[in-house]
Design a protein around this ligand. Structure first.
Ligand code: ASP
Length: 351
């Protein structure tokens, strides 16, 4: 039975459109977050205790990076026992990256961390920010029997709740800007909030363990028809490079160019961890399906299965940040750590 009881929620405001108001000159300026109750008075409720924390100054999410993810994860760790749940207000542009990164940073999470944002500022009459914020708070308060309903990093946007590491920003225009291409919504907010309970993630680790080190010395390269192989050469010759995410065609295919094979094998020998994700927003990579995928399999590129690019990039940063040796990194990238993967292709590690 779902219920909402007396709850303590921490709202962390990082910046982005949701927290902006229109200035007299017609531009947008960040909201003084202590004024949030003036814009959303419905937050004042008898059985709800809210505390707010704001980045100073608030930042556009294009400027959010690993140090901000670490800051958010550290606040959640330090204040974990004080609150029933956490709501993070974030710009939509990189919201999917932050949600993915936090999911890997917060191992053994058993409380809700719900990210949301909006397409229109909270100070405008047609804003989607109020509904997103109010419903995110309600979701963070919801309990199932004696435990939080949501015990993972999730994103609430445009009436759907998604697993954070499955999200992707699809539209710069629509109020349904965020999608979860490979996993159905965890909940839909209509008249009632309907939870898809069998999908909810439960971490087998009982204790919260926070990993704040992310390795940023990685690259992300798409393949495209007619691509000069020199691009791969140039990127992979960076002496400090630790990892590469390749965005390939369809179900994980790349040109069968002997030059590419040579470049990738040399990178593998140098210990660069390489992951393959599809350029398609829906579906998974299949390292065995087409001959055009074998080149990647033979060069030890790790199949990213049905992970989003955002999840693959942040998971690689996380696994490299933990200093895992090559074989452990291969198996950890192939593990379903926080519900970020559903489909697995049978393939052995190439060492
Ligand atoms: N540029 C903004 C940001 O991501 C857009 C938004 O909030 O929707 O911070």
């Amino acid at each position: 039975m779902n219920s909402i009881q007396d709850s303590n929620i921490l709202i962390l405001y990082t910046g982005g459109t949701i927290g902006s108001v229109q200035t007299a000159e017609g531009g947008l300026a960040p909201l003084d977050f202590s004024e949030i109750y003036r814009h959303v008075p419905e937050l004042i409720q008898d059985e709800l205790t809210l505390e707010t924390f704001s980045f100073e100054p608030p930042i556009d999410s294009s400027n959010v990076g690993p140090q901000h993810w670490a800051q958010l994860a550290s606040i959640i760790r330090d204040r974990y026992h004080e609150f029933d749940g956490f709501v993070i207000l974030h710009g939509t542009d990189t919201l999917a990256y932050t949600a993915s990164a936090l999911s890997f940073m917060l191992e053994g999470l058993h409380k809700p961390v719900v990210l949301t944002g909006s397409q229109l500022p909270i100070g405008l009459p047609r804003t989607d920010g109020r509904e997103n914020l109010l419903t995110a708070v309600e979701i963070a308060r919801t309990r199932l029997l004696d435990a939080p309903m949501i015990q993972e990093v999730a994103v609430y946007f445009g009436s759907s709740l998604y697993r954070g590491n499955r999200t992707h920003k699809e539209s710069a225009e629509s109020m349904q800007a965020i999608i979860s291409p490979n996993l159905p919504a965890l909940a839909e907010a209509g008249v009632d909030i309907m939870y898809n309970q069998p999908l909810l993630f439960r971490d087998s680790a009982q204790e919260l363990k926070v990993h704040t080190t992310m390795e940023s010395r990685i690259a992300w390269l798409p393949v495209f028809p007619g691509q000069p192989m020199e691009i791969f050469e140039r990127v992979l010759e960076w002496p400090e490079l630790k990892g590469l995410v390749l965005s390939t065609f369809g179900s994980g295919n790349a040109p069968t160019d002997p030059h590419l094979r040579k470049i990738l094998s040399q990178a593998k020998e140098r210990g660069i961890a390489m992951v393959n994700v599809s350029q398609c927003s829906h579906g998974a990579v299949h390292p065995e399906r087409y001959a055009t995928a074998h080149i990647l399999r033979d060069c030890g590129v790790i199949p990213g299965e049905d992970m989003t690019t955002e999840a693959a990039i942040t998971k690689l940063m996380h696994c490299l940040g933990r200093g895992l040796a090559a074989e452990d990194l291969w198996s950890e990238m192939r593990q379903n750590l926080r519900g970020e993967i559903t489909k697995f292709s049978p393939i052995a590690a190439v060492n």
